[in-house]
Design a protein around this ligand. Structure first.
Ligand SMILES: Nc1ncnc2c1ncn2[C@@H]1O[C@H](COP(=O)(O)OP(=O)(O)OP(=O)(O)O)[C@@H](O)[C@H]1O
Length: 783
């Protein structure tokens, strides 16, 4: 990797010394700013807690911003300055030189010492290529350890554009390869220093519209998507700080794996969630069996849920007769009308009137729980009229309103009307629908589902929610809606108050100088203020609110989402500003994507843009060749990404006759761990097994972490299913029972492809029977 001091020769040493001088200035400036900011934080806390509303707001804003700034300055110590660009001289005037780093810094004269990697001035550092140098004469990568410059790496685009001494000092090393050969730590690292041009196009793509990033395993889709989040927050701070960014990943382990990249990049207004967590109050982690997931994931489920809601809007004829014995004083009368006994009096509404009111409420085309208000009001009017008739009292509209209110307070009346048009929660609706075969049949018949599809949907009452249920709950919430008239009244009252807060916040921002820095929008400040007592961040408020509209949504491993899951995601982003990254060749979910336009075209309104990443930065070429054979079998038209790495050990297949796994596998895994550990003693090994064998094989490896817990990332050895390994990477991978992986589901080939492409250095395939034909390349490689 780097040419280090022990290899120095004159010009290199001179260049290193010059760069060290600049890097030292940059760190000195960082130290000054940190000290200054820490002092400023202390000062604001020392002001004490007194003062009126104005003083409280000002103190809160100032303390919050200074603390954030201090956190930002403290989080950039490692690799603060990693690059330099020299622009070409023009008309005899030397070109500008900029240093690129994790944040922007200026010296005391306001001259730039370091340009933030997300700033427009840094773009050429990533985008320049020999064919299109973007005005650069040279790009230089700086390698540092702590605050010391240890090596340089130059790419020259225009030799004539450099000064003589610069030309003598040129050094060329593969910064990218140096970074790729680092051992795996169990957490994803940021790549700000080595973003490649094709990735940079993704990262700096425009905010609006749906950007699909299709790329094979290891092409940097995840890492590019996360850097895009940081870039967007930097570039569109006002919009996105207020609305937040939602990042959706395949499982909790994966979210932990990527979790440190974003704070590492200095961004915190981001919610990380799985599909199973997108409905507030539910945290589903298990998926349904493929047959069930396929039915639940299809768009027709929306029609089924709508039919289920309509089925709950009943006519009196659908009710049983009143049953005094059972204490049920309401029900259907002999002519199919409604009969309710309350306060010793029998009240009736005839069948035709009830049907008319139901039709009227349906015609409103409002959510069920909202339309219920009209249904109940009309029905109470009819019952109130009946009561006054029975009492022989003439009434006017005001009397009727009073009588209606009094009737609504009677439990019998409430129960009778609830039976016709109940207030429903998504949990009630979906729970009852899937566990009541008769209700399911009634709804499914109208929505065109076959009996075997109904059978696949059925589940026991009270069963835990699965990941595939979550989009159904969300759909139900949408169709049911909330009767929020009281909340709306409150909101109208609050909005005048909020406008006053916002005007005030403007004043505070002007006063504190934060308005100029674009650090915080007045609206965000007013929100924060309105939230007083709770002090929640944008991310926290967004996470708790099903109807939150995010500023941008990033979906990783997006090929796994079903049609119903996409409907749910799209509700979170009415502005349709999304980054969708995935690989349709890795689809493991039964209801996942086969093509991007097929899945997303209907939402894009012509604004779907696809970028392709073609270079694999993870898997060495020898291992990728094995995976490419599998790809050719499962997706004949698709081209495997090309590996930049040709290091790594040759992949191998080891046969362990049936019954000998218990004796032989632990030794093999131990050996793999020793090999990848080398001098570091922190290498990572994954043992990837078919789902049904997870527990059995884990029992053979007592020290290993199992499944999707946090230990799977931190332990030297983890036993995982292909689904849990998705998106992750390890120094060595042992795939056990490839035939079992292939046979597990119709998507088994895709799962095997995922498993084989997790390794950065070593791949071993352990098979008990014959090696599957797609792995023929490994025949005779035992050793
Ligand atoms: N430009 C880069 N510089 C350094 N490392 C990189 C670069 N691009 C990608 N990598 C590394 O390559 C590995 C694979 O990247 P990533 O996980 O983002 O790929 P992916 O396309 O999401 O893969 P998969 O589809 O298999 O999940 C990571 O370790 C990442 O840090």
């Amino acid at each position: 990797m780097d040419r280090r001091q022990d290899e120095d020769h004159g010009p290199l040493r001179a260049a290193l010394l010059a760069e060290q001088e600049h890097v030292t200035r940059v760190y000195t400036r960082l130290d000054e700013l940190r000290d200054h900011t820490a002092e400023a934080v202390r000062e604001v806390h020392a002001r004490g807690g007194g003062g009126g509303f104005a003083a409280v707001v000002e103190r809160e804003v100032t303390a919050g911003e200074r603390t954030r700034r201090l956190a930002r300055l403290s989080g950039v110590e490692e690799g603060l300055c990693f690059g330099r660009i020299d622009h070409r001289a023009a008309a005899g005037v030397p070109g500008d030189t900029y240093y690129i780093g994790r944040i922007g810094l200026r010296d005391e004269n306001h001259d730039p010492l370091l340009v933030d990697w997300r700033a427009p001035a840094a773009r050429a550092f990533y985008a320049a290529t020999p064919v299109s140098p973007d005005g650069l004469a040279r790009r230089r990568h700086l390698h540092t350890r702590g605050r010391t410059v240890t090596g340089l790496d130059d790419e020259v685009f225009d030799l004539d554009g450099l000064t003589d001494s610069d030309r003598r000092g040129l050094v060329g090393e593969a910064a990218l390869l140096a970074s790729l050969r680092r051992g795996r730590t169990g957490r994803m690292n940021d790549i700000v220093a080595t973003i490649q041009a094709e990735q940079d196009r993704v990262i700096r793509s425009r905010l609006p519209g749906i950007l699909v990033v299709q790329g094979g395993p290891g092409t940097g889709k995840t890492v590019a998507a996360l850097h895009r989040a940081a870039y967007l927050l930097y570039t569109h701070r006002t919009t996105l700080q207020r609305r937040g960014i939602l990042v959706i990943g395949p499982n909790a382990t994966f979210l932990r794996y990527i979790g440190q990249v974003l704070p590492g990049l200095g961004e915190t207004d981001v919610v990380l969630a799985t599909v199973g967590e997108l409905f507030p109050g539910v945290r589903a982690t298990t998926a349904d069996a493929p047959a069930t997931a396929t039915v639940k994931g299809g768009l027709r489920m929306a029609a089924l849920i709508e039919a289920a809601v309509a089925d709950r809007q009943r006519l009196p004829a659908d009710l049983p007769p009143p049953d005094g014995g059972a204490g049920r004083p309401w029900g259907r009368d002999d002519s199919g009308g409604l009969r309710i006994t309350t306060d010793g009096m029998v009240l009736r509404a005839d069948a035709g009137t009830c049907a008319g009111i139901r039709d009227l409420a349906r015609e409103l085309r409002l959510p069920h729980n909202v339309a219920r208000k009209l249904f109940v009001t009309e029905m109470l009017g009819v019952l109130a009229l009946d009561q006054s008739r029975r009492l022989g009292r003439p009434v006017d509209d005001t009397d009727l309103r009073h009588i209606s209110e009094a009737l609504w307070a009677e439990p019998e009346v409430r129960a009778g009307l609830d039976a016709l048009w109940p207030l429903l929660t998504p949990h009630d609706l979906i729970g009852t629908l899937l566990s009541d075969p008769a209700a399911l049949r009634r709804a499914a018949g109208g929505a065109g589902f076959a009996p075997d599809e109904c059978a696949a949907l059925a589940r026991p009452a009270g069963a835990a929610w699965t990941v595939d249920d979550v989009p159904l709950l969300d759909e139900a919430a949408e169709i049911l809606g909330r009767d929020d008239s009281a909340a709306r009244r409150r909101a109208r009252r609050d909005s005048a108050e909020r406008a006053a807060h916002e005007r005030y916040a403007h004043g505070v921002l002007e006063f504190t100088g934060l308005a100029e820095d674009r650090m915080m929008a007045a609206g965000a400040l007013a929100d924060r203020h309105a939230d007083r007592g709770q002090r929640r961040t944008t991310a926290e408020r967004a996470e708790a609110d099903r109807e939150w509209a995010y500023g941008h949504v990033i979906v990783d491993e997006a090929q796994e989402l079903s049609e119903m899951a996409w409907r749910m995601v799209m509700r979170r982003i009415p502005a349709r500003s999304l980054t969708v990254v995935g690989d349709v060749a890795q689809t493991g979910a039964a209801a996942g994507a086969r093509s991007w336009t097929g899945m997303l075209g209907r939402y894009a309104n012509g604004r779907l843009h696809e970028e392709r990443l073609l270079v694999n930065y993870r898997t060495p070429a020898g291992i990728m060749a094995v995976a490419a054979d599998v790809l050719a079998a499962i997706a004949p038209g698709q081209q495997a990404p090309e590996s930049v790495r040709d290091d790594g050990d040759p992949p191998r297949a080891v046969r362990m006759p049936r019954g000998s796994l218990a004796a032989d596998l632990p030794g093999l895994v131990r050996e793999e761990a020793e090999r990848v550990n080398g001098g570091r003693a922190d290498g990572r090994v994954a043992v990837i097994v078919p789902d049904p064998r997870l527990a059995g094989i884990a029992a053979l490896l007592p020290g290993a972490a199992v499944g999707t817990g946090p230990e799977a990332l931190d332990s030297p050895v983890a036993v995982l299913t292909p689904g849990a390994a998705k998106g992750l990477e390890f120094d060595a991978v042992v795939v056990v029972d490839p035939q079992g992986v292939l046979d597990r589901s119709p998507q088994g080939g895709h799962d095997l492809y995922v498993a084989l492409t997790r390794a950065t250095r070593r791949l071993t395939v352990v098979h008990e029977g014959d090696l599957p034909a797609v792995l023929a390349r490994l025949a005779g490689t035992a050793g």
